[in-house]
Design a protein around this ligand. Structure first.
Ligand code: UD1
Ligand code: CA
Length: 459
C-alpha cells in the first residue's frame, strides 16, 4: 500500500489582510480557514498533515492542537523553501507527499484524491502530478506551460511570464502530489528567483523535466477551487462560494432554502428533510435541526439542537435545545443551556436562560425565565419575571406541573410554586406557594385553594 503524507503551507504573513489575526485563522462559513486544509487531509486518509507555520504562530498551533504536526519556517523565503522545512520530519516516512497551500479553503478532498489517484495510477513513474484549472480571469496565478504533446513543460509565475505565457488560461492551483524520495532530493536544487530571491516550489516542474521524469497534470472541474485568499475581498468571495456549496448540499438533501443568497449556514450544521429555511437566517456552530421545521425569516441559531416540526420565527437561540413541535417567536431569545420540552409555545418578547421547560409550557408574551425548572403544561402569563439575581448570586425558581402564573407575576428566587397552584396578576411571590393554592398581592399571600376553571361551553 502506498503511504501518503501531506504538507500544508501556512507560513506567509498575510500582510494584505491588514489584520492582527493570522490570515489562516480568519473564519469562512464559521470555521477558521486553516481547518479546511487540515480536514481535507484527514478525509484523504493521510497521516496528520505537517503544517508549515511562520513566527508568531502560537494562535494557529493552539487552535489546531494535535490535528497536525508543526514545523516552523523562520524566514519567509518562498513556497519551495517552506516545503523543504517539512523534510526532516517526513523523509523516509511516506511514498507520496501531497503539498498544498493553506489559503485555498475551497479545495475539496474529492479533488485532492483525484490528483493522488492519477499519480498512483500512472505507469510513467511521474515525479509529480499537479492540479490545474482553466479560467478566464488568471487571478495572478502561475501559468501552466504545456508542450505540443500536452505534457507539462513548466509553471511560470505571472511576474516572470512573457506576453505569450500571460495569455495562457490554464492556471496552477497549487496542489501537487510528489514521489517522496524525488521531492526531498530535488527541493534543495531549487534556485532563488530574482528580484525577491524566493525559492519557488513551482520550479520543481522544470527540475523534473531536467531529470527526465514525467510531470502529470489533472484539470479541476470546480472553478470555486481557485479562490485563494490574500485580501478581505477574497475572503468575502470565498465565503459566498462556500455558502453556495453548503446550501446546495442541503437542498439536494431535501431542505427547502427559499433564498440561498441570504441564508448563512455554517460548515458543521445538519438539517433534516422537509425543513424550510426562510431568508436572512443564520445557522452557526454545531447547530442541528430536525425534519419538517420552519426556520426564519430572521432567525439566528448558534449551537442549537432543534427537534422535528418546530417553528422559529425572527428569534435567537444560543447553546440550547428545543424538543419536537416547539413554536417560537417572533422576537424570542433562548440561551445558555435552555431546554424547551415538546410542544412548548414561546411567543413574542420572551427570554429563557439556563432553564428547563417541561412539555406543553405556554409563555406567550413579554417574560423572562432564568435559572428555573418549569413543569409540564405550566401557563406563564404575560410579563412574568423570575427575579433570579439578588445582586450577588443567582437563585433558582421551581414551578410545578400545571401551575398558572398570572400576568406580571414577579417570582423572587429562590422560590417554589407548587403543582397546579395559581398566582394572581401582579403578585410578588417571595414565599413558597403550596400545590393547588392561590397566592395574590404584594408580597403575595396565600388566600385559599385554587378552583379548576370550568371548560367553556361550545357555542
Ligand atoms: C502560489 C504559486 C502560484 C499559484 C498560486 C495558487 C508559487 C511560487 N506560486 O502563488 O503558481 O498559482 O499559489 O494559489 O508557489 N508560504 C509559506 N512560506 C513562504 C511563502 C508562502 O508558507 O515563504 C505559504 C503561504 O502562507 C500561502 C502559500 O504558501 O499559504 C502560497 O503562498 P503565496 O505567497 O500566497 O503564493 P501565491 O503568490 O498565491
Ligand atoms: Ca496565495
Amino acid at each position: 500500500m502506498t503511504t501518503l503524507a501531506t504538507v500544508i503551507l501556512a507560513a506567509g504573513q498575510g500582510t494584505r489582510m491588514k489584520s492582527r489575526t493570522a490570515k489562516v485563522l480568519h473564519p469562512i462559513a464559521g470555521r477558521p480557514m486553516v481547518d479546511y486544509g487540515v480536514e481535507a487531509a484527514r478525509q484523504l486518509g493521510s497521516q496528520p498533515p505537517v503544517l508549515v507555520v511562520g513566527k508568531q504562530s502560537e494562535a494557529v498551533r493552539e487552535y489546531i492542537g494535535d490535528r497536525a504536526v508543526f514545523v516552523e519556517q523562520t524566514e519567509r523565503l518562498g513556497t519551495g523553501h517552506a516545503t523543504l522545512m517539512a523534510r526532516d520530519v517526513l523523509r523516509g516516512r511516506s511514498d507520496l507527499v501531497l503539498v498544498f497551500y493553506a489559503d485555498m479553503p475551497l479545495l475539496r478532498a474529492k479533488t485532492l484524491r483525484r490528483v493522488v489517484e492519477t499519480h498512483t495510477a500512472s505507469t510513467a513513474q511521474p515525479a509529480l502530478t499537479m492540479l490545474t484549472l482553466v479560467a478566464d480571469d488568471p487571478r495572478g496565478f502561475g501559468r501552466v506551460v504545456r508542450r505540443a504533446d500536452g505534457t507539462v513543460a513548466a509553471i511560470v509565475e505571472e511576474a516572470a511570464a512573457t506576453p505569450e505565457q500571460l495569455a495562457i488560461h490554464e492556471l496552477n492551483v497549487g496542489v501537487y502530489v510528489f514521489d517522496a524520495a524525488w521531492l526531498w532530493e530535488a527541493l534543495p536544487r531549487i534556485q532563488p528567483t530574482p528580484p525577491k530571491n524566493e525559492y519557488y516550489l513551482t520550479d520543481v516542474v522544470a527540475l523534473a523535466n531536467a531529470d527526465g521524469r514525467a510531470v502529470l497534470a489533472v484539470e479541476g472541474d470546480d472553478p470555486d477551487e481557485l479562490i485563494g485568499i490574500n485580501t478581505r475581498v477574497h475572503l468575502a468571495e470565498a465565503e459566498a462560494a462556500l455558502r453556495r456549496r453548503i446550501n446546495r448540499a442541503h437542498m439536494l438533501n431535501g431542505v427547502t432554502i427559499v433564498d440561498p443568497a441570504t441564508t448563512y449556514i455554517a460548515a458543521d450544521v445538519s438539517i433534516g428533510m422537509d425543513t424550510v429555511i426562510w431568508p436572512n437566517t443564520h445557522l452557526r456552530g454545531a447547530t442541528t435541526i430536525g425534519e419538517g421545521c420552519v426556520i426564519g425569516p430572521n432567525a439566528v441559531l448558534s449551537n442549537a439542537t432543534v427537534g422535528d416540526d418546530c417553528t422559529v420565527i425572527a428569534s435567537v437561540i444560543e447553546d440550547s435545545t428545543l424538543k419536537n413541535g416547539v413554536r417560537m417567536g417572533p422576537f424570542a431569545r433562548v440561551r445558555n443551556g435552555a431546554h424547551l420540552g415538546a410542544g412548548v409555545h414561546m411567543g413574542n418578547f420572551g427570554e429563557i436562560k439556563k432553564s428547563r421547560l417541561g412539555p406543553g409550557v405556554k409563555m406567550g408574551h413579554f417574560s423572562y425565565i432564568g435559572d428555573a425548572e418549569v413543569g409540564a403544561n405550566v401557563n406563564i402569563g404575560a410579563g412574568t419575571i423570575t427575579c433570579n439575581y439578588d445582586g450577588v448570586n443567582k437563585h433558582k425558581t421551581v414551578i410545578g406541573e400545571g401551575a398558572f402564573i398570572g400576568s406580571d407575576t414577579m417570582l423572587v428566587a429562590p422560590v417554589t410554586i407548587g403543582a397546579g397552584a395559581l398566582t394572581g396578576a401582579g403578585a410578588v411571590v417571595k414565599q413558597p406557594v403550596p400545590d393547588g393554592q392561590v397566592a395574590v398581592g404584594v408580597p403575595a399571600r396565600v388566600i385559599g385553594a385554587r378552583r379548576q376553571p370550568q371548560k367553556k361551553k361550545k357555542t
